[in-house]
Ligand binder design. Structure first.
Ligand code: PDD
Length: 279
């Protein structure tokens, strides 16, 4: 039992895996990643993650994605080694170069890092968040390794005893440092459109689909901080969190007035996971 990783052909426990300086992830964050869940024998929504990975790679000028079959087989082996019945898969693809030079020469060799860690299951507790100015780059739709501003935002939240930070760009709420943000207001789900300022979250898509199935109208538009504070529910969504409701932002209490819709959405999303994985 334990966290295991794979790097360019080698398997081992975390401390046993060494990454060479030729991996451009180290100097430049020159790569992309995905985070998925598995349960039992099933990698949940692998195809959706694979499709986004391919798009992210293309966006950074890497035209080749490792074959899905090859990735799956590495993941399955890691799942076996780890012994976890439910886990978090981290998958990273980065470019290589023989020395530290900004220029990346299109080469046929890319680094593949995959790891598996324990997933401790869905957590219910409502979250307290802060807002921070979104100073990130303009390609937030790419799941890039450059996460410094997300790290700083989360640390800022932790420093004041909060769980996360919501980015605000020019008065518009974009997303949270590690998840998407949506609100429920007057029975409607409002969420930022998928442009270059947010990551097109897989769970965000699931949430939109679930809302459709439940007859909840979905509006994809940016919303302001005051709409955030005044929402009936603020919902954050991500692969590992599914959906979590928010109880306060910047010290303002979020009223959590639409438990019924929130819990129906949450139930659908969790059921889909269990149905697909335990089938
Ligand atoms: N984070 N927005 C950002 C900035 C994210 O980092 C994530 C995911 C999401 C949600 O995407 P998805 O629903 O596909 O997980 C949105 C992952 C989990 C991470 O970096 O660990």
């Amino acid at each position: 039992m334990g966290d295991y990783a794979y790097y360019n052909g080698r398997y081992g426990k975390y401390p046993e895996i060494n990454v060479p300086l030729t991996d451009r992830a180290l100097f430049f964050g020159d790569g992309v990643y995905e985070v998925m869940l598995y349960r039992g024998e099933v990698i949940y929504q692998f195809d959706e993650h694979y499709e986004r990975l391919t798009k992210s790679l293309k966006a950074i000028g890497i035209s080749r994605t490792p074959e899905a079959r090859a990735l799956r087989s590495v993941i399955y082996k890691l799942c076996d080694l780890s012994g976890y019945s439910e886990g978090i898969i981290y998958l990273q693809i980065s470019a290589s170069s023989p020395s530290r030079t900004h220029e990346r020469v299109e080469s046929l060799t890319y680094n593949l890092l995959v790891s598996v860690s324990k997933y401790s299951g869905y957590e219910d507790k409502a979250l307290s968040l802060i807002t921070v100015t979104d100073r990130r780059h303009g390609i937030c739709n790419v799941k890039s390794l450059n996460l410094l501003l997300s790290v700083l935002a989360l640390n800022e939240a932790r420093a004041v005893g909060c769980d996360g930070a919501v980015f605000v760009r020019g008065g518009t709420v974009t997303e949270e440092s590690r998840s998407n943000v949506s609100i429920l207001k007057s029975g409607k789900l409002i969420t930022h459109p998928t442009d270059n300022y947010i990551l097109p979250g897989i769970m965000r898509s699931n949430l939109i689909r679930a809302a459709g199935e439940l007859g909840i109208p979905v509006i994809e538009r940016g919303f302001s901080i005051s709409e955030l504070y005044g929402a009936d529910e603020v919902i954050i969504s991500s692969t590992t969190k599914f959906v979590r409701r928010v109880s306060s932002i910047d010290g303002h209490e979020i009223k959590m007035r639409d438990s019924e819709r929130f819990f129906s959405l949450k139930e659908r999303l969790l059921l889909d996971y269990f149905d697909k994985c335990d089938a």
